[in-house]
Design a protein around this ligand. Sequence first.
Ligand SMILES: N[C@@H](CCC(=O)N[C@@H](CS)C(=O)NCC(=O)O)C(=O)O
Length: 343
Amino acid sequence: MLKKMMAGVVAVGLVGVAGTAHAGKDLDAVKARGQLICGINTGVAGFAQQDDKGKWTGLDVDVCRAVSAALFGDSEKVKYVPTTAQQRFTALQSGEVDVLSRNTTYTLTRDTALGLEFTGINYYDGQGFMVPKKLGVKSAKELNGATVCVQPGTTTELNLADYFRANKMTFKPVVIEKVEEIRAAFYAGRCDVYTTDASGLYSTRAANTPAPAKPDDFIILPEIISKEPLGPAVRQGDNQFADIVRWAFYAMVEAEEAGITSKNVDEMLKSDNPSIKRILGVTPGMGKALGVDEKWVYNIVKQVGNYGESFDRNVGMGSPLKIERGLNALWTKGGLQYSPPIR
Ligand SMILES: N[C@@H](CCC(=O)N[C@@H](CS)C(=O)NCC(=O)O)C(=O)O
């Protein structure tokens, strides 16, 4: 086994030295198929949701679309595969999906032991608690003894246990895999508290509160108990494919910073700014380096929009969720969204 691994290491090393790396097997498979298979969640409004015609939209869906635009010049060459929190890693490891773009927290063990490669962070989040207003609870510190609804296979489950232990409180978990069932359980009062990423709480409250209850009947407590950097991931083993997924997302962030939008991108093709010319492929080189068409960023921005446009449309002020940019603002505006230079 060790010998085999060493042989692999030597082979990889040689390819690297020779600089003649071919597209890896994942990228080859995607290209041969002419379609990207993207694992998404089963339905979290603003992140991945399906309309009555079967079309998926959302912030996580836009990452899939950006990768498709970079690869095929067309953002719609994507097959979407809904995955629960528990199934998602197997779906990626087994090759059922090429990429996972599904409110998945980037952690050490997922990046190593699970064999994933995270390619960016498309939403900086943290875990929160939602409770019915009528409980009169104002702080998570008042939750001692509470019944808490939580999805298995999540960082949520782990943080929940840590938080209660650290604060010397107890809780009774109600563990339910399917998101629609956990929502139903919470709204039916089977648990006092629903805990997940704050984005998921905002989304659930805005889109899934069943009438006659109103979103305002529920509050999200002020404590954010964890870091949940959510981002796309691929399997380890195909660096070029990982690079394309990584830079497809960065391109959206870089475009926002450069002021390139889906509305002005055609005008921007005429810009004299050397950086914009490079980003949009007017000055060639970046596409070649990544192994995609020189118009890759143009295609992403024209068809999907820049990161700010995607954020506003799906989860921000242009959406029912009305989430503030907060940590997801560009670094130039006090946030954490930052793309390494496209050069
Ligand atoms: N970010 C956390 C939680 C992710 C997660 O699965 N959250 C739930 C609640 S918002 C979800 O997406 N459910 C949708 C589904 O199961 O399809 C993780 O990576 O473990």
